[in-house]
Design a protein. Sequence first.
Length: 306
Amino acid sequence: MSLFMFDSNTFYSNGKLLISGEYVVLDGAVSLAVPTKYGQSLSITPIAESKIIWTSYDHENHIWFEGTFSLENFSTEEDNDISKRIIQILKAAKTLNPQFLSASEGFEIKTRLDFPRNWGLGTSSTLINNIAHWANIDAYQLLEQTFGGSGYDIACAENDTPIRYQLLKKKPAVKQVDFNPPFKKNLYFVHLNKKQNSREGIKHYKEAKSTSQFSMETINNITSKMIRATKLEEFQELMQFHEDYISEITKQTPVKDVYFQDFDGAIKSLGAWGGDFVLVASEKDPTPYFKAKKFETIISYEDMVL
């Protein structure tokens, strides 16, 4: 038995929020994304048995998943969606690196979330990124072979500053940007108390896009102006312009028109429309307004973003 048997490795990945470019980032539009102060860790402790013992903890340190997997073919006695996803990820990781999990010793795996699972900050993407680092493989390739998507969430997992993200010839182009607006004290994130399925949102976008007048240049200009904005009023106008434009492409109603027509300020969906967090830009603290409408999770920009 080697000394390595008693070592433990821990990987950590940041959560994510897509400020601009939702949906259209898939087609190469420039987007602004931010890593969050909330994320997920994965710790690995070697064990003598030839199996993987997996335990996942939520933000309150409660176990939300337990499973045991064969080291030979990752089979398990548990038949549920989470087990199937873990098997899919481990098999894809081994395909990308055949040396991964090739020894006879097994591992005890523990994952820990900093945020509630329904927040949509990247329970899956942080796991993908952590496993990719453990397996010494490219996280974008692992994402492509499992969940799919643009990959901006992987870029956020690996960066500690806001980023400009774009797919160029289907390859990620990531640039750290100095998005530190003087009005950031006027920015808030409000959770809609709904979990949105990104894959369903992407499917809807692809179906609707074919009948829309889509201009990459328009979205790219909005993102560039958002990054450079110095005044709250300017940023609010860009948020509204972005909402109207994506609404036209996807044939969906902007979130402010659905829930918050009387709100004095700008509201923008983030990621797949219909759930998770929205971005709020307001002259005054909007907390009383949203709490009166039974939306209890209101987080300031500075408390959310790295």
